[in-house]
Design a protein around this ligand. Structure first.
Ligand SMILES: [Zn+2]
Length: 89
């Protein structure tokens, strides 16, 4: 049987000890990092992304987060991220 376990990591310190921390307005799962105490959004649960979510992704990118890290953390596909960050340069 196939089971995929998604290991989420903290985008700030790459820590793996995360706690669920409620939900963001757009329905995404929020999480809090046990190590650095920061909160961030795990994979979004809907296919649509609103402007606020987009801004979070773009600012994560501007905060020197890698594209791969962003795709894992936000659950956005690579090309989508490229379009978003590319359009705002
Ligand atoms: Zn952390």
């Amino acid at each position: 049987m196939l089971s995929t376990t998604t290991v989420h990591r903290c985008p700030h310190c790459s820590g793996k000890r995360l706690q669920k921390n409620g939900h963001a307005e757009h329905g995404a799962q929020r999480a809090k990092c046990v190590d650095c105490q920061r909160t961030f959004v795990l994979s979004p649960q809907g296919p649509r992304y609103d402007q606020k979510f987009k801004d979070q992704v773009v600012s994560a990118y501007q905060d020197r987060m890698s594209i791969r890290g962003i795709t894992r953390t936000f659950g956005v596909c690579y090309q989508t991220v490229m379009v978003w960050v590319g359009g705002k340069k």
